[in-house]
Design a protein around this ligand. Structure first.
Ligand SMILES: NC(=O)c1ccc[n+]([C@@H]2O[C@H](COP(=O)([O-])OP(=O)(O)OC[C@H]3O[C@@H](n4cnc5c(N)ncnc54)[C@H](OP(=O)(O)O)[C@@H]3O)[C@@H](O)[C@H]2O)c1
Length: 298
C-alpha cells in the first residue's frame, strides 16, 4: 500500500489530463512530477491550472514517478504506451493507468511486460468545464479494471477524492462503455428528435424545451427511483394500438426521417411493457405487427 502523496506524471494535457491531476493534487494523494503534451502550450496551461509540476518537451524528459496517467485520446493510448516502453526506464514498482471507458489495461501491455502495474480507470463524468468539475467530481462513479496491485493503489488514491469505485471485468469494458454512451449521448439525440417533431408541429424552440424539460427529467427520476418497468407509461404500456397506428401514419407522412427511431424504440418499449404482465398476448402481437409494417415502408 502506498503512502500518499505519490509523484504523478501526466502524459496528455487535455480536458481529463488537466482536471483529474488537479483533483488528485488537491486531495493530497499526489504531487505532480512532469507534464507532457504533444502541444507544449497545453502542458503549460495544465501547469497553470494545477499549480504544480514541470512542463517537459518530450516523454524522455519526464522525471521518475510512482504513478503515470496516460490521458491522451483513446486512439493514441496504445502508441503512447509503446513510446513510453521504448524509453528504457525501470518500470518496476510503477503504476501506469489510462482513463478510457472502452479500452482496457491491455493497451499498456508492453509496459506491463517491462514490470509496470497497469490499469484503466474510467470516471463516468464529463470534464467539459474544468472549474465546474472541481466542484462536482466528488461522488462520481469510476470503473476500475486491470492488474490487482494497480487496482489496489488506485482504489486507495481515489478514495481520497472521494469517488465511488467499482471493478469491471476486462472483457466487459466495450459493453459498459456502449451502455453509458447510450444513456448519455442517445438521450441527447432522442430529445433532439422530439424537438424537431415539436418544431414541425409549430411549437417554438423555447416553448418546446420548456415542455420537454419537466417531462424528461421526471421520467428519468422515475426510472432510477422505481426501475424501468414501473416507470413506463403511455400508449404502448396501455396497449393502445390505435394511438400508435396514428403516430406511425403521421410520422410516415410528415417526418419519415424519424420513423426508424420511433419504430426501434417502440419495439424496445413493447418488450419492456410485455414484462409487466399487463398487456394481453393479443395486444403485444397487434403492436408488434404495427412496428413490423412500418419497417417494410422504410
Ligand atoms: N473528457 C471527458 O469527459 C472524459 C471522461 C472520461 C474519460 N475520458 C478519457 O480521458 C482520455 C482523454 O480524453 P480528453 O477528453 O481529455 O481528450 P482531449 O481533451 O481531446 O485531450 C486529448 C489529449 O490527447 C493528446 N493527443 C491526441 N491525439 C494524440 C496523438 N495522436 N498522440 C499523442 N497525443 C495525442 C492531446 O494532445 P495535445 O492537445 O497536447 O495536442 C491531448 O493532450 C481519453 O481516454 C478519454 O476516453 C475523458
Amino acid at each position: 500500500m502506498s503512502t500518499f502523496p505519490v509523484t504523478l506524471n501526466v502524459v496528455g494535457c487535455g480536458k481529463l489530463g488537466t482536471t483529474l491531476p488537479r483533483l488528485l493534487k488537491d486531495s493530497g494523494g499526489v504531487r505532480i512530477g512532469g507534464l507532457y503534451s504533444r502541444t507544449v502550450a497545453h502542458a503549460e496551461a495544465a501547469r497553470t491550472f494545477i499549480g504544480q509540476g514541470s512542463v517537459v518537451d518530450s516523454l524522455a524528459e519526464l522525471p521518475a514517478a510512482e504513478l503515470w496517467l496516460v490521458a491522451v485520446s483513446d486512439h493514441a493510448i496504445a502508441d503512447t504506451g509503446r513510446q513510453l516502453a521504448a524509453l528504457h526506464r525501470d518500470w518496476h514498482e510503477v503504476t501506469v493507468f489510462h482513463a478510457s471507458g472502452v479500452h482496457d489495461a491491455g493497451q499498456l501491455s508492453l509496459l506491463a511486460t517491462l514490470g509496470a502495474r497497469t490499469a484503466s480507470l474510467h470516471p463516468a463524468h464529463s470534464f467539459a468545464d474544468r472549474d465546474k468539475s472541481l466542484l462536482t467530481f466528488a461522488g462520481t462513479c469510476c470503473a476500475l479494471e486491470g492488474e490487482p496491485a494497480a487496482k489496489a493503489q488506485l482504489s486507495a488514491l481515489f478514495s481520497l477524492l472521494p469517488v465511488r469505485l467499482f471493478e469491471i471485468e476486462t472483457a466487459a469494458k466495450p459493453l459498459y462503455h456502449a451502455a453509458t454512451a447510450m444513456a448519455s449521448n442517445y438521450l441527447v439525440s432522442l430529445i433532439a428528435t422530439s424537438l424537431s417533431l415539436l418544431a414541425k408541429a409549430g411549437i417554438g424552440e423555447q416553448d418546446a424545451r420548456a415542455l420537454l424539460a419537466p417531462l424528461a427529467s421526471q421520467t428519468a427520476a422515475n426510472v432510477f427511483a422505481r426501475g424501468p418497468a414501473a416507470a413506463l407509461t403511455g400508449p404502448i404500456a396501455r396497449g393502445d394500438s390505435a394511438t400508435v397506428a396514428r403516430h406511425l401514419a403521421h410520422l410516415t407522412a410528415t417526418a419519415p426521417e424519424t420513423l426508424d427511431v420511433y419504430r426501434s424504440l417502440g419495439r424496445a418499449t413493447l418488450e419492456l411493457a410485455s414484462t409487466s404482465g399487463e398487456l394481453t398476448p393479443d395486444k403485444v402481437s397487434e403492436l408488434a405487427a404495427l412496428f413490423a409494417a412500418a419497417a417494410s415502408k422504410l
